[in-house]
Every structure is written in C-alpha cells, then in structure tokens.
Design a protein around this ligand. Structure first.
Ligand code: GPW
Length: 833
C-alpha cells in the first residue's frame, strides 16, 4: 500500500499522531476546546445543547482515531470484507452508545459534572438518527454493532436521507405526520466531498462490435446525478475496532451542462436541476412491509446501489488482483430485495466496462451475493414494471432479460417441458403490465438465501420460493435467526439490571458472550436477588410512569401490571386484537360491583407505534386506541384498575426507556405473518414475559426459555389457510365476547361509531383475513392467566430471571457469527490499540 507522505517526512506525523483522551481531565479539555473554538461559545453561554455538541465532538474525535487504525489495518491485511447493503439503518442515538462501547461513560459522566452538567440531560439532547421504519432497519443497526464488536472487517452502505421517518404527533386522537429534519447538527458524520460517484439514469443503449466481433453495449445519454459519501464511525464494544457506515447523498453533477445553463442566464432551470437531483436522497419512504412501486423509490435504489458498488469495485481494483478473486475479497449481503439491482449492476460493470465474458462474470456475481428475505406478505414483495425499468435503466433491463433467459434455459434442461414451472419462476411476470420480480432475481443472483427465524425460513422454502428449492436444491436456502445487540438493549437501556447481572457473573463478559447469562439462573430462587431484581423493575416502571405523566398528564400506578405493545401499526401485527381485548376488560370491570372491581389486578395497557401515512386502517386503529384511552382513563368507576396509554412518536430512544419497564409485552401477529420480530427478544432480555402467538421468533424464544415461561395462544400457522377459506365459503360466526365489544363501539361509547365501521366489518363481514375472531377467545383466556400468575410475584420474578438467563441465543453476535461462517466466509481481524 502506498502512502501519500514520503518516508523521511513521516517522523513528524508519527510524533504528532492523535491519541485521543483516556481520562476525565483529557475529556474536559476536549469539551472546553470544542465549546470555545468549534462552537465559538464560552462558559457564559454554554447551554445543554452546546454542552451536548461539544461532548459529541470530543467523542467523534475519539472515534475517528480508532476508525483510522481500523481502516489502515484492514487495508494492509487485504483480507475479505463484508458489505451490508441496507436502505434503512435505524441507529437511534450515538453518544451513549459510543461512551459505553469505548468504556468511557464514567469518565464523561464525571467530566460533565465538573463542567456543570448531568450526563443524562446531555444524552437527552441528541436527536435520534431515524433512517429506518422498524424491525428491518433496527436489525441493520444491531448488525453493525455486532460486526464491529466481533472485529469483522465490514462496511454498511445506505442512503443519507435528509428526512428520516416522520415524527408522529397525536392530535385529537389522530396521527399527524411532521417532517424529521435531523441534519441541522449531526456531529456523527464525516462528509467526504472528495469521494463522489456519478450515477447515470435514463438514456438509451447502443450496440457495437469490438475487433473480435463481440457485441458491446454502450449506455448513453440520459442524466447524471452525483453521489457524495458521508461516513459514520461504528465503534465496537470493548475493542478498538471501528467500522464504517457510508451513506450517500445526492447532488447535481457539476458537469459543464449546468454551468452552461447558468452562464446563459437560465438560472431558474439550473436551480431546478439541482433540486431534482437532491430529491433522490431527500426522504425515507415511510412504509413498513409494503412496496408501492414509485419511480423515485427505484431511483433511490439504483443511486445507492450503483454508488456503493462503484466504491467496492474501486477498492478491489487497488489490490491489483484478478477478477476471479473478487468473491474471495468481497461478500455483499442484500438486506431484503431493496438492493437487488446490485446483482445487475455488478454484472454490467464486469461485462460492459471490464470486458469479462458473461459466464465468467456471472460466476463472480453469484459467488459474491447473499440475500436475506424478511417477509412473506404479498404486498411487501417488490415488483417493478418493465416499462419503468426500460425508461429509467434501459441497460439493466436488457441484462435482467439475459439473466432470465439463461436461467430459464437451465431450468428447461433440468425439467424439460414443464412450461408451468418456467412461467412460475420467470423473473418477468407475464401479467397485463409486465413486472420484474425482484425476489426471484435476488435468489437467482445469490449463492445463499436466508430467512430470519426458523418458522419463516421453513415457510419461504415451502411456499413463496418452493420452486426455487426444487431447482437449486435445499442447500442454497438456510435460516439465520435474528438477534439483538445486548450492548444497547441491556447495558445501555437498563444499566441497573446490567450491573446486577455483572455482580453475579464476575463482570461484564456477558455483554460479549451472552450465553454467560445462564449463570444467573441459580439465583431465581434467591430471595435477596429477587428483591433487587424487583426493585430495578419497579424503578424502570416509575421512570416510565413519570414520562407518561409529563407527556399525557395521565397518572398510572407503577405497581400495576404494565402490558406493552410498541411496534409499527399493522393489521397483521393485530393491535386491533389488543384494543378489542382492552375494551372487553373495560366492559367487564364496568359490570362488576365496586367491591369486586377492587379485587381485580390493576393493569396499564401501553401502545405505541407509527402508521404509514397512506395506511388508512392503521390510522383508524390508532384513533380507536386513543378514544378508548380518553374514556377509560377518565372514568371514575375505573380508577387505577385500568389505564390505556398511547405513547406518541415511538422511536429507538423511547424504546430504550419503555422496554425495561414491561411486565408483559404483546407479539400477537397472525401465525405465519411476522417473519421474526426482534422487540420480543428485547422485552424478555429486560425481564418481562411475552403474551404471543406461535409466530416468528416467538417459537424459538419458547424453545429457549421453556413453555412455562411464555403465554402462547391462538391459531397455528398450518391452520391459517383453512380458516381463511372457511371464513369466505361458510358462515363465519363471531365470538360473543367480541360481538359485545363491537356493540359497545357501535353504541358510540368510544366516539363516532362510523369511524370504526370498517375495522369491525373487516372482521365480521369481509373474511377476517387476520383471524381476529378466531383468536379472540384464547387471547382473553390467556390474559386471564397472566392476571392470575402476576399475583404471585415471587414466582413471576423467578420466571423472569430464568427467562433472562436463557436468552443468550438471541444476541446479534451469535447471528453475525452464523452469517460470517455460513454465508460470507469471513474471519475477524483484530486491531491492536
Ligand atoms: F417487508 N420487516 C420490516 F420484509 O421491518 F421488507 N420492514 C419491512 O419492510 C420488511 C420486514 C420487509 C421486518 C419484519 O416484519 C420482522 O418480522 C423482522 O423481525 C424484521 O424485518 C427483521 O428481520
């Protein structure tokens, strides 16, 4: 590797190499320096915002020294790297995480105190980086944490949205979306104005012949948009390894064309060009588990994928290796089908630009990529119209047709005359409007395809991708059950529980090897330990109760059972089942005598989550929850016996406060619809029990914690199809408890009944696709069991302790090691301090 500074001058560099602070004094010095120089303020006008900015900049400097070491080490070692391509990275706050991963939180806490600030207040100043919708984006963030903590040489690639997921306000019970402008001050990124890639769109393809008579394609004309790199350092826990998340931002290309317009006085149109270019990375699409086929979304996908691949190829070419070694140096993981164009783009680079033969190129491409599927929901499977492709990416469409042709020829050879099979597996769907099926392209262009929990991986192999298992064999398909990072979701979110565990397991090693949690199981019967455990849980509930009081002005009793369902609002996740259950509970309480009512177990039902702006039914569900809350919370008959809370603007930093306060959490999707779920793991890891269906990772959580420690109910996935069929073709009878709930809603008890007519008739008149009526009775019965068991606090806490002790499997470290070994074939590369 060549250095830009010649040998004789390097001494000066080595002498002045930045080491970064390691103690309180050093930290304070850096904070004061940033307040006084970078921010141009002083002790006379340093508010909490400025103190946060300075502390964040001090930590950023600290991270970048580790980042430099790590990147140099990776470049010198020239070993294989992983590239994780994701349209979403739901990072949340960075500073608390950086302090903890560097082991400098106490240093910062004491330092800030010396300077006149409380560390919690300073941490609270940070705006979440919310470049994601929900589970898929947060999974990517947990993976980055594990990749760095395990010393894997890995980069994330994504888009630098100017606006992340919208901020949710609740006004008169309705969701209102407010833009999330988060880049006003973002100390966690390094703009790399010198790292740019020009990306082409539209235009047309000209074919010519080279000197050997080989046909060569030239993609010409159209327009160019420039991608600019912004780097975000990702620190590992208790290691100097600091990886890179590279986010691309779009801007108008500074080609002559624009200058000409400008110089000719066509000022407005040159500004319009600029704005159109910047639109590409302007906003995150706010849909979870839904693809709407918008042109701008496809533009985002190609822009990001092309810039990332260009970057990866540029890095590979520096090593001067032969092309066939590309898969030995590069593993690219596709986070769902959103980056599938990367397959086509790499083939295009190799064939059109680097003049490789098709087969040789295709061998490299398919050895490089792995594809992770995250859903079986038909409305979430990406399809793009051939017409749109032809217009936006004409050369890519040709390559897709060629990939498809060669693939279908190979299928035909293996399964002669099965024309039905050929049309079923064709990348091109021959419908009225021809469509490109992105999942099929992703499968054909990858060497491994995985689902994200056992049930889900089984389902994709037996349903939506069944034909491909027949064609490629079962070895190509595998499962990697999702995981979560215990650094953020235990140590950061629940510091007291982390400390208690550390006191019994001989330190914080469990944060690097979560299976060590099993050492706390022996304390499940220990009175003193249970008492400390219960105190921590209570304190976490008090913290949430205070937050509820300050934001909603509702008083909740921290001694009540806290029942939490926070996640994106979706019919398949069935918040409607939960709120119908709450209404049933309310009606039952109202029917009781005051004496009897007093004997019931008090409960606080807590909801939170965003609805996609265009998802009308999800918005109705939010509205109903808020209306029920308004009635129940103000009913003097009810008092503390039941409270219904909708927390506004659920996001990562709020999750860190809410999750540790749960007694039970709800993961109640219709069986077979939730690919995995990951918050289920977070809730149990924080000492709560689950009420859930036999879906996604709930099944494996049950396997690990034992079925006596989880409240399962409802239809099994193998029975779902039959029930749906019955709903449509025979009389669909509604449970009488559910009918009473419907009657209460229709009586106007919870506001204008017409508002909720569609929600009710979806269940009663339109086939009940999500099986709410089928599962209602067993849901109520199971909630009753929860009430009963919660009364025995000793046994309840013992169950929580045993569950936490058995959660080691769900660390994203385990998950990343499985990817590394089974899919990427990469090894850790340790960086020395
Ligand atoms: F539709 N997931 C998500 F598969 O959060 F692309 N957004 C999405 O758009 C999709 C999936 C997609 C979630 C799954 O719903 C959840 O079950 C899973 O735990 C998570 O991805 C991570 O694998």
């Amino acid at each position: 590797v060549e250095a830009s500074i010649p040998e004789p001058q390097r001494e000066a560099w080595t002498k002045h190499q930045v080491q970064g602070f390691t103690d309180k004094d050093g930290f304070e010095k850096e904070v004061v320096r940033h307040v006084e120089t970078t921010l141009a303020r002083s002790l006379y006008n340093c508010d909490e915002g400025a103190a946060y900015s300075a502390a964040a900049l001090a930590f950023r400097d600290r991270l970048i020294t580790n980042w430099n070491k790590t990147q140099q080490r990776q470049t010198f070692a020239d070993s294989k790297r992983v590239y994780y391509l994701s349209l979403e990275f739901l990072m949340g706050r960075a500073m608390d995480n950086a302090m903890l991963n560097l082991g400098l939180k106490n240093v910062a806490k004491d330092g800030m105190q010396d300077l006149g600030f409380r560390i919690e207040d300073i941490i609270g100043q940070e705006h979440d980086a919310a470049l994601g919708n929900g589970g898929l984006g947060r999974l990517a963030a947990c993976f980055l944490d594990s990749l760095a903590s395990l010393d894997y040489p890995a980069w994330g690639y994504g888009l630098r949205y100017r606006y992340g997921i919208f901020k949710q306000e609740i006004i008169n019970g309705y969701q209102v979306e407010v833009p999330d402008y988060w880049l006003d001050f973002n100390p966690w990124e390094f703009p790399r104005h010198d790292v740019t890639v020009d990306i082409q769109f539209y235009g047309n393809v000209r074919k010519s012949q080279d000197e050997n008579g080989k046909s060569v394609a030239h993609w010409e004309g159209g327009e160019i948009v420039t991608a600019v790199a912004y780097d975000v350092p990702i620190p590992g826990y208790a290691t100097p390894s600091t990886n890179n998340l590279r986010l691309w931002s779009s801007k108008a290309s500074s080609g002559e064309f624009d200058f000409q317009k400008f110089n000719n006085g066509d000022y407005e149109s040159s500004v319009a060009d600029q704005q159109r270019a910047e639109t590409i990375s302007a906003v995150l699409y706010p849909n979870d588990n839904l693809e709407r086929g918008k042109e701008l979304r496809l533009k985002q996908q190609y822009f990001w994928v092309a810039a990332s691949l260009h970057d990866i190829v540029r890095r590979f070419k520096k090593s001067k290796r032969a092309w066939k070694e590309f898969p030995d140096q590069v593993a690219i993981q596709l986070n769902d089908t959103h980056p599938t164009l990367a397959i086509v783009e790499l083939q295009r680079i190799l064939v059109d630009k680097e003049n490789l033969e098709w087969d040789e190129a295709w061998e490299i491409v398919t050895s490089t990529f792995g594809y992770t599927n995250h859903t079986v929901l038909p409305e979430a499977l990406e399809k793009w119209s051939v017409g749109l492709f032809q217009h936006l990416l004409p050369r890519h469409l040709q390559i897709i047709y060629d990939i498809n042709l060669f693939f279908l020829q190979s299928v035909e050879k293996k399964f002669p005359k099965d024309h039905d099979l050929l049309s079923r597996v064709s990348i091109i769907e021959e419908s009225q409007v021809k469509m490109v099926r992105m999942a099929y392209l992703a499968i054909i262009g990858s060497h491994k395809v995985n689902g994200v929990a056992e049930l889900h991986s089984d389902l994709i192999q037996t349903t939506i991708f069944r034909d491909f298992v027949t064609i490629f064999g079962a070895d190509k398909f595998t499962n990697v059950t999702n995981g979560i990072t215990p650094r953020r979701w235990l140590h950061q979110a629940n510091p007291r529980l982390s400390e208690l565990i550390a006191s019994k397991t001989g330190g914080y090693d469990f944060l690097k090897d979560l299976t060590l949690l099993n050492q706390i199981e022996q304390y499940a019967g220990d009175k003193e330990f249970r008492k400390e455990w219960a105190e921590i849980k209570y304190a976490n509930k008090v913290r949430l109760a205070k937050y509820i009081k300050s934001t909603l002005d509702v008083t909740v009793n921290p001694a009540a059972l806290f029942d939490v369902q926070v996640k994106r609002i979706h019919e398949y996740k069935r918040q409607q089942l939960n709120i119908f259950g709450v209404i049933h509970r309310y009606l039952a309480l109202k029917a009781m005598s005051p004496e009897e009512r007093k004997k019931q177990l008090p409960r606080v039902s807590i909801f939170g989550g965003k609805a996609a702006p265009g998802y009308w039914m999800a918005k109705q569900i939010i509205h109903l929850i808020n209306n029920v809350g308004a009635v129940v919370n103000n009913d003097p008959d009810i008092g503390d016996q039941l409270k219904v809370i909708f927390l506004e603007d659920y996001n990562v930093s709020k999750a860190e406060m809410i999750i540790p306060a749960n007694d039970i959490s709800e993961h109640i999707s219709t069986a077979g619809t939730e690919a995995s779920g990951t918050s289920n793991m977070k809730f149990v890891l924080n000492g709560g029990l689950i009420i859930g269906t036999c879906d996604g990772a709930n099944i494996e959580i049950t396997r690990e914690v034992g079925q006596e420690n989880i409240f399962l109910f409802g239809t099994l996935s193998e029975d779902v199809e039959d029930l749906r069929h019955q709903h449509n073709y025979s009389n669909h009878s509604i449970d009488s408890n559910l009918s009473k709930v419907f009657e209460a809603i229709q009586s106007g008890k919870f506001g204008e009944p017409n508002d909720f007519g569609a929600m009710i008739s979806a269940v009663r008149d339109h086939g009940d696709y999500y099986l709410v009526s089928d599962d209602f009775e067993s849901y109520l019965d199971t909630q009753k069991m929860v009430d009963t068991e919660y009364r025995n606090q000793d046994e309840w806490i013992a169950k929580c302790i045993r569950s936490v002790a058995r959660m080691g499997f769900f660390s994203s470290d385990r998950c990343i090691n499985e990817y590394a070994e089974g899919i990427w074939n990469v090894e850790p590369l340790v960086v020395k301090n």
